[in-house]
Design a binder for this molecule. Structure first.
Ligand code: ZN
Length: 489
């Protein structure tokens, strides 16, 4: 027996420097590495064959910013604004989470990533109020066969405080040792723009430990140009910095990021709903800043990069059209292409993490591979434009096979080794605990924030009488949650 696997006869998106596509290609994996890519490969005796015909073979995707612990609250905040999120997690309930709750969320999120073909996920773990919480977070990541980066954070204390804790430093040094290339570490904290720059001490710890910093930057009402300027002027604008969102920054900030080699992690679904600012790719493109994609948190939206690619194309193009229309112009050729977002979801993430060995299918690279193939689906053919197919047609259920580090973690559409019942039990215990700590009223009102004033239907000059049919009345009632009211009259 050998430990080699070949995916045969798929449309292979190598995502190499030339974005080479093999229309009917094979990918041979030996051990933890890609051995060869091309048509009709010779393979060692005993190689396991996976039929990729009719499918797309691409590098594993990379999510550079996910609050994995929040997955235990999946969809709870679907109707939140950023303010409601801050109040719920930062001020009121974030402290309630115990280490086992962090573990439950992380474990669920880790499997969720693998299921969607995300082979590397950055766990932007800002609920680590004690080192016990951090141990639980890492234990969960290491209990799944994915590749992860724990971005250590703690929203319950200033970054200059928790990074100075010897127990935190001991944790980081201890858990890095022997973790290999399946688990990396970063420091995760935000820079408020306070002229005294108290975050300086945290940057110094990151430098001393050789860890990259990831920071929510350019978030409306929270972080702004002052933070970028302070980072840059104090000499901490390192190329490995990841600036998450970067949605409300000026030209000056984008130029500081571009000049220092940092990258931006765009969470389009998040920015569109929560209000950090307009998803910034339409601006970032002009400054030639490297981009990666991320999904932020499943407490609101989806956790797959198909959604990220789709929403990023939509937001970028939508803005490009709008800017043109304001000037009375028409866009006749789009700037952002499907190929670009597939690149951001793979190579872009690898670059952001400083991982030259990930993000493309080339000999010698780590064997993180995704096969998109769903023969029974009418959406699987015709396969004419593979980048367009990945970005706009494919979904997580079409992810047929996933390899991480040369090992099959999803086969024939099913996760390998996923104990759904056990993961579910732990998540249910967390939900039950949180609900009982809060009480049903607080729990329910957290999930259903009140409607704003002013959602009244405007007076309509084309309505000539006050008459409303039964169906119109009930439709309006249900839309605005006030059945029987006289909204609109
Ligand atoms: Zn975030």
């Amino acid at each position: 027996m050998t430990d080699s696997i070949v995916l045969r006869g798929g449309t292979v998106l190598t995502m190499d420097d030339h974005h080479t596509i093999h229309p009917s290609g094979d990918v041979l994996v030996v051990g933890d590495k890609v051995e060869a890519v091309g048509p009709s490969l010779e393979v060692p005796d005993g190689t396991r064959e996976i039929d990729a015909s009719g499918g797309i073979v691409m590098p594993g995707m990379i999510d550079t910013h996910r609050h994995m612990w929040q997955t235990a609250m999946r969809a709870y905040g679907a109707d939140w604004t950023l303010t409601q999120y801050f109040v719920w997690y930062y001020l009121e309930h974030g402290r309630t989470f115990r280490p086992e709750d962090i573990h439950a969320g992380n474990l669920l999120s880790a499997w969720e990533s693998l299921e969607a073909g995300i082979t590397t996920t950055v766990d932007w773990s800002h609920g680590l109020q004690t080192v016990d919480h951090a141990e639980a977070a890492v234990d969960a990541l290491q209990a799944t066969p994915g590749r992860f980066v724990l971005a250590y954070g703690n929203i319950q204390a200033g970054p200059w405080e928790w990074t100075a804790d010897p127990a935190v430093r001991d944790f980081l040094e201890r858990r890095r040792t022997g973790a290999g290339d399946m688990l990396g570490f970063q420091l995760a904290f935000d820079v408020t723009g306070d002229p005294a720059f108290p975050e300086k001490a945290a940057f110094e710890v990151a430098r001393e430990l050789g860890l990259a910093v990831t920071t929510h930057a350019g978030v409306w009402g929270a972080t702004n140009d002052d933070g970028i300027r302070l980072i840059h002027e104090n000499g901490f604008a390192a190329p490995e910095n990841i600036y998450v969102h970067s949605a409300t920054l000026s030209t000056d900030s984008y130029q500081r990021i571009a000049a220092s080699g940092g990258s931006i992690s765009v969470s389009t679904e998040s920015e569109q709903s929560a209000g950090q600012g307009y998803p910034p790719t339409w601006q970032v493109r002009q400054f030639d800043i490297p981009v990666s994609l991320s999904q932020d948190t499943s407490v609101w939206w989806s956790g797959d990069l198909f959604s990220a690619m789709r929403s990023t194309l939509g937001a970028d193009r939508s803005r490009e059209h709008l800017e043109a229309h304001i000037k009375g112009d028409t866009v006749t050729a789009l700037s952002l292409r499907a190929e670009h977002v597939v690149d951001w979801a793979t190579r872009g993430g690898a670059r952001a993490l400083g991982r030259d060995d990930l993000g493309s299918l080339e000999p010698g690279k780590k064997a993180d591979v995704v096969l998109i193939k769903n023969d029974d689906s009418p959406v699987s053919f015709p396969l004419l434009n593979p980048y367009g197919h990945v970005a706009f047609q494919s979904q997580r259920a079409d992810v047929h096979t996933v390899l991480v580090d040369g090992k099959v973690v999803k086969a024939d559409g099913r996760l390998v080794g996923f104990d759904a019942a056990a993961v579910r039990r732990n998540v249910e215990a967390t939900v039950e605990y949180l609900r009982s700590e809060m009480g049903d009223d607080v729990w329910d009102s957290g999930m259903h924030p009140g409607m704003p004033e002013g959602s009244k239907v405007l007076d309509n000059p084309y309505q000539y009488t006050d008459f409303q049919s039964e169906s119109t009345r009930s439709a309006r009632g249900s839309m605005f949650g006030e059945p029987g009211s006289d909204a609109g009259s």
